[in-house]
Design a protein around this ligand. Structure first.
Ligand SMILES: [Zn+2]
Length: 125
């Protein structure tokens, strides 16, 4: 039986998690700390309403609110994919073991994105 409220909660939680993973893949390769507010490429702090996982990118149409900077599409894709997957799993009451798998898949996808962007993850040969 579908669980709409649970699906909404799961999607929101997954979006927050994916947003944090996006912060990790954005900041760690450049040596920036994980704590502190999100900032635009121009240095302006991002307002809370411009930092809602999955929704703000759509609302701002991929453009920063403070300047002409582009918000990377891969960050939105990571959040949207994770939210959709978690919401779907919760909607159909898929067991928690599957939810854990979603978390791991998100982390693996983030590492893949980070490696693809900057070769930030050293690979052993
Ligand atoms: Zn800006």
């Amino acid at each position: 039986m579908p669980e709409p409220l649970l699906a909404l909660f799961a999607a929101a939680y997954a979006g927050a998690f994916a947003s944090f993973v996006g912060v990790v893949i954005d900041r760690v390769p450049s040596g920036r700390p994980l704590h502190g507010p999100s900032r635009c490429q121009c240095g302006t702090p991002v307002r809370w309403r411009h930092n809602i996982p999955g929704l703000s990118w759509l609302w701002l149409q991929g453009q920063a609110a403070c300047c002409d900077a582009t918000i990377p599409r891969h960050l939105w894709a990571l959040e949207a994919f994770t939210m959709l997957l978690a919401g779907t799993l919760a909607w159909w009451s898929i067991p928690a073991a599957v939810a854990v798998t979603v978390v791991w898949l998100t982390a693996v996808a983030a590492v893949g994105v980070a490696h693809g962007r900057k070769s930030a993850v050293p690979l052993q040969r």
